[in-house]
Design a protein around this ligand. Sequence first.
Ligand code: FE
Ligand code: FE
Ligand code: ZN
Length: 276
Amino acid sequence: MLKIGAHLSASKGYMAMLNEMAQMGANTFQFFTRNPRGGKAKELNMDDIHSFIKTMPLHGVESVLAHASYTINPCSKDSTIRQFALNTIIDDLNRLSHTPNQFYNIHPGSHVGQGTQIGIQYIADTLNQVLKPDMTTHFLLETMSGKGSEIGSSFHELKEIINRCELGHLIGVCLDTCHVYSAGYDIVNNLDGVLEEFDTILGLNRLKMIHLNDSLLPFNCKNDRHARIGEGTIGADALVRLINHPRLKNLSFILETPNEFDGYKKEIAFFKANSN
Ligand code: FE
Ligand code: FE
Ligand code: ZN
């Protein structure tokens, strides 16, 4: 069965997200571990967490995705900013240890003019301090569009980060359809070729999650603007082919389209109706 859901607000806790998800007709969701602009996370509510763990299977939820705030930058040239990213990721992973077997996704970061190689090394240095052999959360890096000095817009850059991590085998990848299309991977006309390339460089076994978005901007534009499904340059047909692709159809798909509840519900119904 298709595993699909949307990005939800975490402000009212896990059980509130689970209910909202169920009302959307979904069976997974994503949330920010804290305010996307960074800052302090809310106090953990252990009752809420325990009810969530108990109730998940009743809704057919296998796993959910926690997304780090996208303002953290593990490869800034400013050591204070790198240290803040490190502390934030460590704190996020501590909090997520109460909900084992879920996924945690970060944007690799922006090298802000230092160059890709230095940036990649800083990211790997950060990951080498947060990855633990016994961690219960699945750690993911997201494919980026290549906006500004973003690292991770090519499969090679992600592989290079992973190669420099002692526990690189613990790192998975979350593929964002809008980002890869903007980065120059033609998932509209050559999905098989893109997946082949992913497999050769990273190994498809590393691909754990899909962010399912249309894009407002043209192919290969190295910029990042999500569109509602069918209202962008990727188009609904290509995204339907993607969710049904034999090498992808068992993954979880998370919508990060510019929608509120009703819009997400409609898109989820659309993909469910078009999944084989
Ligand atoms: Fe993201
Ligand atoms: Fe994304
Ligand atoms: Zn994006």
